[in-house]
Design a protein around this ligand. Structure first.
Ligand SMILES: Cc1cc2nc3c(=O)[nH]c(=O)nc-3n(C[C@H](O)[C@H](O)[C@H](O)COP(=O)(O)OP(=O)(O)OC[C@H]3O[C@@H](n4cnc5c(N)ncnc54)[C@H](O)[C@@H]3O)c2cc1C
Length: 440
């Protein structure tokens, strides 16, 4: 099935499941109607809850769900649609308070009946979940702490809301309605079980081992892994995977990295080139060969294999070079001679991760390598500054703009600047592929 059709069908399914509780409510015998605002409040609560439940499926990294859009788009959708669900769920009690101010008494947690307590607990957890996600960096929350709290809060929100619905009992009282609600809740538990138990167990059966760790320019390290007792990944060049080293697949400490090796290797080995910039990646250079690792992937749609194009323009900033290292090595191994321009920006020469590899790849590819330095050394003859519209104009002439595929990966401000410049120069959106290193 073509990806666009599959993408369209997933959206239909999403909408259908979101409004499913309204359908359940109208099935069979229905209780007598109440005033409009009360019914609207209940409808918003039901749809909001269903949308929140669906977040578990959206973020479960099902390859087939992410394939038409890319995981980063799916995660962005998750973030935005969560806010819509949040508004719906919040509107549920607010409308009830407006319709009947006496219901405000239900906010007194200790005196309130259990149905109200669960409703309140769900909303308090939801507020905490949204605030810690939107303001994570401003609150100074470590990614791992946030991720653990996010998972726990999400379960509390949905479980408490389901108990609230059951205890209120309105619209869920007949046997069939109960069966449908139980089935929906079971699907949710199934997704959680898949993510937290089944998938890690499968990963345990497919371990990897660190075979080499090499220092690179730009405070980065290339870690090479060998599959142990299995064939490794079936990836497209440019894709990424989640890596766990020296821990179990049940651990929350897993990080996404682009494949910086060829996907044409016969030995199944993969390489990740990792910049040492944080508490976890800072220790990557100390990894010893023989360390056990787990790789969950491949993911992502940032791959030239997904596009028919007579040539490519790649724009990389800093460690954003990593997917291009893998893509170029793969194209070289395949003997692909399509023209490629690689614009590689970094502050200084010392920060050009993988430069030697790129230079040697020029012998096997139709590759024009253009280095742009922000802070060039004395006597530097090459390009200087940032990859801006003027530079793109000079390097990517009109002929390329309409036919070549553009791939861009680097720091967020560079991605935005390059995307805007390309669009202003008439490069159609479907010819611009962007990889963002900030899923969280
Ligand atoms: C699709 C994708 C591909 C990537 N490819 C590469 C690559 O090839 N090479 C490379 O050096 N970096 C890559 N990154 C970035 C890399 O994942 C983060 O720099 C790394 O996880 C930071 O971990 P840290 O704990 O050392 O840093 P910290 O300083 O603790 O975190 C810095 C920031 O990195 C992000 N981050 C931290 N941990 C995680 C996590 N477990 N999952 C997701 N994001 C996290 C958060 O936004 C955090 O604020 C990629 C990111 C994505 C999303």
């Amino acid at each position: 099935m073509p990806q666009f059709l599959r993408g369209f069908l997933w959206i239909q399914l999403y909408v259908l499941v979101s409004v499913a509780p309204l359908g359940f409510a109208l099935l069979g015998q229905t209780p007598p109607g109440r005033d409009f605002l009360t019914e609207l409040s209940v409808a918003l609560g039901f749809v909001g809850l269903s949308m929140l439940g669906l977040q578990f499926a959206i973020t479960a990294r099902f390859g087939t769900v992410a394939a038409p859009y890319g995981m980063d788009v799916v995660i962005r959708f998750h973030r935005l649609i969560s806010l819509v669900a949040f508004a719906f769920v919040l509107a549920h009690p607010l409308l009830l308070f407006v319709t009947d101010p006496q219901t405000l008494a239900l906010l007194r947690f200790w005196d309130a009946p259990w149905r109200a307590r669960f409703g309140l607990a769900s909303i308090v957890a939801l507020v905490a979940l949204v605030v810690t996600s939107v303001y994570r960096t401003r609150l100074g929350l470590r990614y791992e702490v946030w991720k653990l709290a996010h998972g726990i809060l999400a379960v509390v929100v949905v479980a408490a809301a389901l108990l609230h619905v059951q205890l209120v009992g309105h619209y869920v009282s007949t046997v069939w309605k109960q069966v449908l609600w139980v089935a929906m809740s079971a699907a949710l538990v199934g997704v959680l079980g898949w993510v937290r138990i089944v998938k890690p167990i499968r990963q345990l059966r497919h371990p990897w081992e660190v075979v080499a760790v090499e220092a690179e320019r730009g405070e980065a390290w290339t870690v090479e892994l060998a599959p142990v007792g299995h064939d490794g990944l079936q990836a497209l060049p440019g894709q990424y995977a989640w890596l766990i080293v020296d821990g179990s697949p049940f651990s929350v400490e897993e990080h996404p990295f682009s494949l910086s090796s060829s996907t044409e290797r016969d030995d199944g080995h993969v390489r990740f080139t990792i910049k040492a910039l944080g508490d976890w990646s800072g220790g990557i250079g100390d990894l010893a060969p023989g360390t056990r690792a787990y790789v969950d992937g491949p993911y992502g749609v940032f791959s030239p294999d997904r596009h028919e194009a007579p040539g490519f323009v790649f724009v990389a900033g800093g460690v954003g070079i990593t997917p291009f290292l893998g893509i170029l090595q793969t194209l070289a191994d395949r003997g692909d001679r399509r023209p490629i321009t690689l614009l590689y920006a970094a502050p200084t020469c010392d920060e050009l991760t993988g430069l030697e590899r790129l230079e040697s790849l020029r012998q096997h590819l139709e590759l024009e390598l253009v280095v742009v330095l922000e802070d060039p050394p004395p006597g530097w003859q090459g390009e200087t500054g940032l990859p801006d519209a003027d530079l793109l104009d000079r390097l990517a002439p009109q002929r390329q703009r309409t036919r070549f595929q553009y791939f861009v990966c680097g720091p967020p401000p560079m991605l935005d600047a390059v995307e805007t410049a390309l669009e202003a120069r008439g490069v159609p959106m479907e010819q611009i592929q962007i990889e963002r290193f900030d899923l969280a």
